[in-house]
Write a protein that binds this ligand. Structure first.
Ligand SMILES: Cc1cc2nc3c(=O)[nH]c(=O)nc-3n(C[C@H](O)[C@H](O)[C@H](O)COP(=O)(O)O)c2cc1C
Length: 327
C-alpha cells in the first residue's frame, strides 16, 4: 500500500531525505525551537533562524539545536543571512555554521549575499545549499557560487517579498537547471498543488506556520493573520530598507511605508548603505521582537504574506501538514 510520502516523493525530498516537499521557512523573530522541530517531525523540514534562536529565544546556539534534537530526530535546516558587511556578524555566522555542521545539520538556506563560503563548508560533508532568490540575475550569481537549488520568493510572500508571480519566477529560473521551491502565498493544499503543477519541486511557507499552535508569538499576531485579507498586506521599506510585507494596521499607517529621503540617499551609497542597513536591522530587531512577542500596544507591526487570505484557524503543525499534503 502506498503512503503519503510515496505520493509526494520527488528529487527534492530525496535530496533532503524528507517525506513531504514542504519547508517551514526561517522567520525572524518567529522561528522558535518547537515550531522548527514540529515541521520536521511532520515530514517536511523546519529551518532554524539563528538570530531568533539566540537573540529572541535566548539559547546558546548549540543548546538551541540540541533542544530541537530532543523533539525530533528528522532532518532540520539552518538559515544563513550571508550579508557580509560587518566583521563581528560574519564571525558569528561562521561560528553558527561550524556548530550546525558539528550538530549534523546538512541543509542550508542562504539569503542576501554571496553563499560561496557556506557552499564550500557544506560540500565537505555532502550538505545541500539552496539560495533565496527573487530574480534570475541573483539566481545565476548564486549558481556560479555553487548552490544546489533555489527558493523562489514571489510577490505574495511574507518577509522580504519578491516582484514576480510564481509562474513568472519559475519561467525565469527553471532554465538554470536546478531544483526550485516556491516561496510565497502558500496557505493550503490547493496552493501547493498549483506550485507543483507549475513545475516547482517543493514549497516554503512562513505565514501559515505563524498561525500554528507551536509558534510562540503573541496571540494578537495570530489573530491578526486570521483576520487579514490579501488586500491588507502592504510593503514597507521602513524595516530593512528593502520591501517587507506587513499587515496594514493603524500603527503601520502612522509610521508610513516609505523610507525618508536621507535614509534613501544613504541606502544608495556604497558605504553608507551598510550603516543604514545595520541601523535598520537593530531598530527592526528590537521593534519586531517586542511587537511579535508582547502583542498589541507595542505597535501592531506584524509581518505576513498574502496567504493570510486562506488562513482562518490556528492549527497544530501536524494538522497544517495533513491539510497541505493529503494522501
Ligand atoms: C515574519 C517573517 C519573518 C521572516 N524572516 C526570514 C528570515 O529571517 N530569513 C529568511 O530567509 N526568510 C525569512 N522569511 C521568509 C520565509 O522564510 C518564507 O520564505 C516566506 O514567509 C514565504 O512566504 P509566506 O509567508 O507567504 O508563506 C520571513 C517571513 C516572515 C513571514
Amino acid at each position: 500500500m502506498s503512503t503519503t510520502a510515496d505520493t509526494y516523493a520527488n528529487a527534492f525530498t530525496q535530496m533532503l531525505g524528507i517525506e513531504l516537499p514542504v519547508i517551514c521557512g526561517a522567520m525572524y523573530p518567529c522561528s522558535n525551537a518547537e515550531l522548527v522541530a514540529a515541521a520536521s517531525e511532520a515530514g517536511g523540514i523546519g529551518i532554524v533562524q539563528p538570530i531568533s534562536l539566540t537573540y529572541v529565544f535566548g539559547y546558546d546556539y548549540r543548546e538551541g539545536l540540541r533542544r530541537i534534537r530532543e523533539l525530533t530526530a528528522k532532518p532540520i535546516g539552518v538559515n544563513m543571512l550571508v550579508e557580509g558587511s560587518n566583521a563581528t556578524y560574519r564571525k558569528r555566522l561562521e561560528e553558527w555554521m561550524d556548530v550546525s555542521l558539528d550538530e549534523g545539520v546538512r541543509f542550508f538556506v542562504t539569503a542576501l549575499g554571496n553563499p560561496r563560503w557556506v557552499v564550500d563548508l557544506a560540500k565537505q560533508v555532502d550538505g545541500v545549499v539552496f539560495h533565496d532568490v527573487t530574480n534570475v540575475k541573483h539566481a545565476q550569481k548564486a549558481l556560479d557560487n555553487g548552490v544546489d537549488g533555489f527558493i523562489c520568493v514571489n510577490n505574495r510572500a511574507g518577509g522580504h517579498a519578491g516582484e514576480f508571480t510564481p509562474q513568472q519566477l519559475f519561467d525565469e529560473i527553471a532554465p538554470l537547471g536546478k531544483p526550485t521551491v516556491c516561496a510565497g502565498g502558500v496557505g493550503g493544499h490547493e496552493h501547493l498543488r498549483e506550485a507543483l503543477d507549475i513545475g516547482y519541486l517543493g514549497v516554503q511557507l512562513g505565514t501559515r506556520f505563524i498561525a500554528s499552535k507551536e509558534a510562540s508569538v503573541h496571540d494578537d499576531y495570530k489573530d491578526a493573520i486570521l483576520a487579514a485579507k490579501a488586500t491588507d498586506i502592504v510593503l514597507t521599506d521602513k524595516i530593512s530598507g528593502v520591501p517587507v510585507a506587513v499587515i496594514n494596521t493603524p500603527y503601520v499607517e502612522r509610521m508610513g511605508l516609505k523610507a525618508g529621503w536621507l535614509a534613501k540617499k544613504m541606502l544608495r551609497g556604497r558605504k553608507t548603505k551598510h550603516w543604514m542597513r545595520t541601523y535598520y536591522a537593530i531598530m527592526s530587531a528590537i521593534k519586531l521582537k517586542k511587537a511579535n512577542h508582547r502583542g498589541s500596544g507595542y505597535g501592531d507591526f506584524f509581518q505576513a504574506g498574502k496567504s493570510v487570505e486562506s488562513i482562518d484557524e490556528v492549527l497544530s503543525v501536524a494538522d497544517i501538514f495533513a491539510e497541505l499534503c493529503p494522501q
